[in-house]
Design a protein around this ligand. Sequence first.
Ligand code: SF4
Length: 411
Amino acid sequence: MSIEVVAVPDFSVEQQQSPSAPAQQNVVEKVNLLGMSRPQMEKFFEDLGEKKFRAGQVMKWIHQFFVTDFAEMTNISGKLREKLEKIAEVKAPEVVHRNYSKDGTRKWVFRVGDGEGSLVETVLIPAEDKTGARKTLCISSQVGCALDCSFCSTGKQGFQRDLNQAEIIGQLWMANFSYMEEVPVAERERSVTNVVMMGMGEPLLNYDAVLNSMRIMLDDFAYGMSKRRVTLSTSGVVPKIDQLAQDIDVALAISLHAPNDELRNELVPINKKYPLEQLISACQRYITKDGNESSRKHVTIEYVMLDGVNDHPEHAQQMIKLLKNLPSKINLIPFNPFPHAPYGRSSRNRIISFQKTLSDAGFVCTIRQTRGDDIDAACGQLVGQVADRTRRAEQWKKKIAAQGEIIRSRG
Ligand code: SF4
């Protein structure tokens, strides 16, 4: 688990320290409460000698009222607030870049560490559906990704590290908070309505942090989201799909992208470890376990349309065969090319014809509307550009500084 409930600091020992002791010995590393699930926060308060219900109170302040200053948590005693100020904090990842598209899509780039590439991105995609205005937040789970799918901009950046719970839930917190700040009061009724764990990284390879973050999303003391509105998308880490089915009730999406093993080995290399037969069986188990639960009635199949690669009529026929015993909804995604991408986007006609073949065979098959084209919508693309800009700015600063040194030494 990425976040540990840190033992309560022993204030008596701290007070007994000699005044001449080095300053850093008195520095208490603060616990970030932002990423704690309810059981974790209950344990935190119990360890402090407090009642468990404090966890619910504090979670409401953090996730529903966006309060980060303990002094403002007025239903908590002054003594406890003072104690919390000393040992804890509520800290979201830092926003280093924002991009808002003309179509309402918003992208944020967060810094999650000191390294040059410690950036992740989060996208908010507004849309209308039969339930009204939907705002879907696509959340990242890792810095970069190790799985190196050949069509993916994030995969090209390599893997750096897992995000911790505060960094994952912090993306939802910040998107809601920024929405509350920027949108006029009269239009604020619905901020983020849906979450997809489909951003940078493979969520099932950062299992505990992602699981606990989704628990916070579903918790009535935090975001209280419906389990049908929280979706985990995986490239196919089969054993973890089974574990997920035991641990939480959320919707499942599979990044399929190819209807046969040969092509999928090339596009989604984890397929070599967990081939299609195993993946489809795991999806069937995910559905059948709690068939009556609406979040598990079907699996969403994501299929990126790559020109001349996976968009032939025979691929559509192979899909029909592959998915015939899996209750599923298919989402065709027009590819978003990024610089140096080895693929192009399938033509509109090709995509429509692929959709028709699947629809005629009885599948619910939609084509994802391309959104945010004016703000680098391909996953991982904006992070790459911000990192490039940061690197160029650093190089420029170093160059200027070096020139200054030369001028000074000449003077
Ligand atoms: S598509 Fe997903 S799993 Fe594949 S490299 Fe990109 S982020 Fe990783």
